[in-house]
Structures are given as structure tokens and as C-alpha cells.
Design a protein around this ligand. Structure first.
Ligand SMILES: NC(=O)c1ccc[n+]([C@@H]2O[C@H](COP(=O)([O-])OP(=O)(O)OC[C@H]3O[C@@H](n4cnc5c(N)ncnc54)[C@H](OP(=O)(O)O)[C@@H]3O)[C@@H](O)[C@H]2O)c1
Length: 315
């Protein structure tokens, strides 16, 4: 299988911008569908990328843009929904995955890479996020033929432009002295975005990956408290990180969900953290937090993202 023309959904996000850069560098024609082109013009720094405004939830629109593609990559995902009943998650994860698959079939696209999440599970996932990710994956891998599908199930992903390490870095910066932390004992095996991108690129034309689902974990496991302590240290802030009990963490989630503005830590996030985001077995991606984070911490603003994209594009 030779893949030259690729259409990417969710290509404007954190993982997407890294992946698009590498797809372009590997000589492929890349079309990125976005809901709001104006917000993502910085992606045009990659020579040859086509950035197209499109309603990805409209099956007709998908078919229109999938015509002539060799492969489609779906990276769309949300961590929070506007409502509280899971409908937003189902729309972004399950309904969209179904439409993408149908559009692939209708237009003769035979290769689909799908981004899921570690421990996505339609039946026993503890949150709408993990259940809807699992349902999407199951649908694709059950009804995929004749499209060759590969799914990726990463733990939390870090790298320049991430919203995990950078978010904690800004929260730590804004909170003098003592930093109260919800769910401090939740465990993660953070995986570097460069390793995730490599997994996608390696799979694209690899027949052995057809029909497979890959868990992606970094080399080490940390508690959330260890990650935040490390983030504070690397960003030069002396803070006492105080872990909140499970009951108080849940109360914070309820307040954030229903009372406070911005849903900074939703009940669904709280439920997702009930399952450790670590791999049980299999190979690990090689790059550690310690090798990468000191190089980018603090570079979370749009200007910095543009600089990162420029470097990737060799400009
Ligand atoms: N980052 C992590 O730690 C992590 C860990 C495990 C799994 N994942 C999965 O990896 C994928 C990429 O993550 P990311 O961190 O790169 O996410 P991101 O930065 O939030 O980017 C996601 C992209 O999806 C599009 N999108 C968001 N909500 C949408 C909606 N309701 N309908 C249609 N499009 C929507 C957006 O594109 P436009 O605004 O241009 O339309 C956005 O750029 C997601 O599926 C996520 O669940 C991420």
C-alpha cells in the first residue's frame, strides 16, 4: 500500500500539528479539515498543507473531502462536553467515527488511522470519555471492512504545545505557596508526542498493523503528584503540592462541573482518573518526560506554538 494523499481530522490540535509536520516532511500531500480555519492559520507554515474549513459532522462534507484520498486520520477528541449526560462525547467520538468510516467506504478510501485512548472501554470505562472512545473503537474494528483500520490508545501525551504539563505549569505559577491537587495518586505513563507521531507514521503503510489496536505508554510510571512536583521544579517554582483526599477531589469536580465557570476539572475527568493510565504489558515508547520537558516548559502561548511549528517546518 502506498499512501500519498492524507486527510486529517483534528489535525489542528496538539498531536495533529506534530503529526501534520511529519506527514509533510515524509513527502505526503496533507489536507486538514478544521471547524474554524481562522484560528489555525499558523498550520499553513508547513509547505503544501491544505487547511480547509469544514463541518466534519456532516457526512456529505466528509465524502466531498475524502474523494481521492489514500488514507484518513481521525484525531478528533474532547476531554469535556458542554452538557453532563455524555451526548457531547458520543457526538465527537462515536457518531463522528461512524461517519468517517461510512465516508471512507463511500469514497473508496481503504486506510483509516484512528486515535482512541488508553483503557477506552465501551462496557466498563468509568467515564463518558472512556466509554465513548471504546464504543467508537469497537464500531470501527467490527464494521471496518473493507477499510483497513488501526487504532492508537495512548496514556497522557506530553511535548511542546501540550495541555497537560503546560497547564499544570501555569496553575503552579498562579498559585503561590501551597498547591492543592485533586486525585494526586492517579498514575500515568506519559508518552512523548514524537513517539506517538512515529507510531502513526510507521503504521500508515504497514499491513501488519491493519486491524490492530496499539496501547502507547512512555517508559516510566508516575503519580499525578510526582508529575506536578516535577513540573514545579523544572519551571522554577518552589511549591508545596498538597494532595486532596478522594472525597474533596470529587467535591472540587462537582463544583467545577455545576457551579464554577470553565469546567476546569469535570466530574467526567474525575471518573476517568479512577483507572490508572498505565499499560499492563507490551513494549514502551522510549522517550522520557525528563528528556523533553525542560526544553519546552512555559512555551504554551500561541506565539510559542508558532515558533515550534516554524522549527518543525524548517523555516
Ligand atoms: N493529549 C493527550 O494527552 C491525549 C491522550 C490520549 C488520547 N488523546 C486523544 O488524541 C487526540 C488528539 O488529542 P489532542 O491533545 O491533540 O487534542 P486537541 O489539541 O484538543 O485537538 C483536537 C482537535 O479536534 C478538533 N475537535 C475538537 N472538538 C471537536 C468537535 N466537537 N468536533 C469536531 N472536531 C473537534 C479540533 O480541531 P478544529 O478546532 O480545527 O476543528 C482540535 O484541534 C484526541 O482524540 C484525544 O482524545 C490525547
Amino acid at each position: 500500500m502506498h499512501v500519498r494523499k492524507v486527510c486529517v481530522l483534528g489535525g489542528t490540535g496538539f498531536v495533529g500539528s506534530h503529526l501534520v509536520g511529519q506527514l509533510i516532511a515524509s513527502g505526503r500531500d496533507v489536507t486538514v479539515l478544521t471547524r474554524r480555519i481562522q484560528r489555525h492559520r499558523d498550520l499553513l507554515v508547513f509547505p503544501g498543507v491544505r487547511l480547509v474549513e469544514a463541518d466534519v459532522h456532516d457526512p456529505k462534507v466528509l465524502k466531498q473531502h475524502f474523494h481521492g484520498m489514500d488514507a484518513v486520520i481521525n484525531l478528533v477528541g474532547i476531554l469535556n462536553e458542554k452538557g453532563h449526560d455524555g451526548r457531547g462525547f458520543r457526538r465527537a467520538h462515536v457518531d463522528l467515527a461512524r461517519s468517517v468510516l461510512e465516508a471512507c467506504k463511500a469514497t473508496g478510501v481503504t486506510r483509516l488511522l484512528h486515535m482512541s485512548a488508553l483503557h477506552a472501554d465501551a462496557g466498563s470505562g468509568p467515564s463518558h470519555y472512556l466509554r465513548s472512545k471504546g464504543e467508537a473503537e469497537n464500531h470501527l474494528h467490527t464494521f471496518g471492512a473493507p477499510v483497513a483500520i488501526t487504532s492508537f490508545r495512548p496514556s497522557v501525551i506530553f511535548g511542546p504545545g501540550d495541555s497537560f504539563i503546560n497547564r499544570f505549569a501555569s496553575l503552579v505559577r498562579m498559585t503561590p505557596g501551597i498547591f492543592p491537587l485533586t486525585c494526586p495518586g492517579a498514575r500515568f505513563a506519559p508518552v512523548y508526542v514524537g513517539d506517538v507521531v512515529e507510531a502513526f507514521l510507521n503504521a500508515l503503510e504497514d499491513r501488519d498493523s491493519f486491524g490492530k489496536r496499539y496501547d502507547l505508554c512512555g517508559p516510566h510510571v508516575y503519580t499525578l503528584k510526582q508529575i506536578v512536583q516535577y513540573t514545579a521544579r523544572v519551571s522554577g517554582h518552589r511549591r508545596l503540592i498538597v494532595g486532596l483526599s478522594d472525597g474533596i477531589s470529587k467535591l472540587v469536580a462537582v463544583l467545577s462541573e455545576y457551579v464554577l465557570p470553565g469546567k476546569f476539572f469535570s466530574l467526567d475527568n474525575y471518573h476517568s482518573l479512577k483507572v490508572d493510565s498505565v499499560c499492563s504489558n507490551g513494549p514502551r515508547c522510549p522517550t522520557s518526560l525528563e528528556a523533553i520537558v525542560p526544553g519546552y516548559l512555559g512555551n504554551a502561548d500561541r506565539n510559542a506554538r508558532y515558533q515550534v511549528l516554524r522549527e518543525q517546518a524548517g523555516r
